[in-house]
Design a protein around this ligand. Structure first.
Ligand SMILES: NC(=O)c1ccc[n+]([C@@H]2O[C@H](COP(=O)([O-])OP(=O)(O)OC[C@H]3O[C@@H](n4cnc5c(N)ncnc54)[C@H](OP(=O)(O)O)[C@@H]3O)[C@@H](O)[C@H]2O)c1
Length: 290
């Protein structure tokens, strides 16, 4: 039996899916702050004490400040979790010989030449969130050089808050919906993402890896698919018409990359896993809601 500690909150998408995908021979140890509360990873002493007590074989970091737009107004708040907190976890993991798995983001990249980002493509985050996540990657590497840094993108789950659930709500409320068509990415179901984390943790896979659903989509394509598949499953009746709009028609505080696709094939091979097409995963996730 291997023992794997997990940082984060039961409210989080990835944390939840890690619970559902736990391999049979793994004991999952949530990092607890006592009284049923999550451990605050900003507290270095508490992190060190909790990890020392559990002495796990591996530690997965599913905790993050994921409010991309909120980070623009509070860079220090985002940095404390995404960078400093991640560093605390990596240092504590290294101190007990646990393999660290840290989850990062496609937003560490910025401008693209229209091809998927390779692992070693130059980074260049456009937003505060992306900069704090990149800083987190570097701190994790410094504290735990053998760690897995697993970058992912456009994450959704039947649990928690995400684009799919927002779309389902808005499509039930409105007649028409404008969705951005000039940002391309790869929707990623948190369930197989959790499987990739388990493979990295139990296999002690070292280095930076990429994981997302296979294929690409604009937010508009993704919204169309959500509407059509949800209607087919009986989750929506008379769903809203989806209209393509440009990024400048839906201004947000944090800039987003126009083409943000991760090259995943080498990482999938390293993990011994094969990601499914994003639309097949979307149907599975919607099936859970139906
Ligand atoms: N969501 C995406 O689209 C996306 C895209 C690319 C990469 N990622 C990365 O994927 C990973 C998992 O994201 P997710 O989608 O599961 O995010 P999520 O649903 O927002 O979950 C993150 C959790 O982190 C917890 N947290 C925040 N501050 C904390 C702290 N100081 N100590 C302990 N826990 C703290 C939050 O707990 P509370 O709810 O209790 O506050 C939250 O539930 C993150 O590393 C994220 O950066 C996500």
């Amino acid at each position: 039996m291997r023992r794997v500690a997990v940082a984060g909150s039961p409210r989080g998408q990835l944390f939840h899916e890690l619970g559902r995908t736990r391999p049979a021979d793994v004991e999952l140890l949530p990092l607890s702050g006592g009284a049923g509360e999550r451990l605050d990873i900003r507290d270095a002493d508490a992190v060190r004490a909790a990890v020392e007590t559990l002495a796990p074989d591996a530690l997965i970091n599913a905790a993050a400040w994921t409010a991309v737009d909120g980070a623009e107004a509070d860079p220090e708040g985002a940095r404390a979790v995404n960078a400093t907190g991640a560093g605390h976890l990596a240092a504590a993991a290294a101190a007990v010989g646990a393999h660290m798995v840290h989850v990062s983001t496609d937003f560490v990249f910025g401008a693209s030449d229209g091809r998927p980002f390779a692992i070693d493509a130059p980074t260049g985050p456009l937003s505060v969130y992306g900069r704090t996540k990149l800083e987190g990657e570097r701190l994790v590497r410094k504290e735990a050089p053998d760690a897995t840094v697993l970058r992912t993108a456009w994450v959704y789950s039947s649990h928690g808050q995400n684009f799919v659930k927002s779309m389902l709500r808005l499509m039930g409320e409105r007649d028409e919906l404008g969705v951005v068509v000039d940002q391309i990415g790869a929707p990623t179901w948190a369930y197989p993402l959790a499987g990739a984390c388990w493979a990295a943790a139990t296999g002690r896979v070292s280095g930076t890896l990429h994981w997302s659903g296979a294929g690409v989509a604009s937010w508009y394509d993704f919204a169309q698919a959500i509407r059509d598949e949800a209607t087919a499953l009986g989750l929506l009746e008379n769903a809203a018409r989806v209209r393509p709009i440009a990024t400048h028609e839906y201004p947000l505080p944090a800039p987003r990359p126009a083409y943000s696709v991760l090259e995943i094939a080498p990482s999938a091979a390293a993990l011994g896993l094969q990601p499914d097409h994003w639309r097949a995963d979307l149907v599975r996730m919607l099936g859970e809601l139906a």
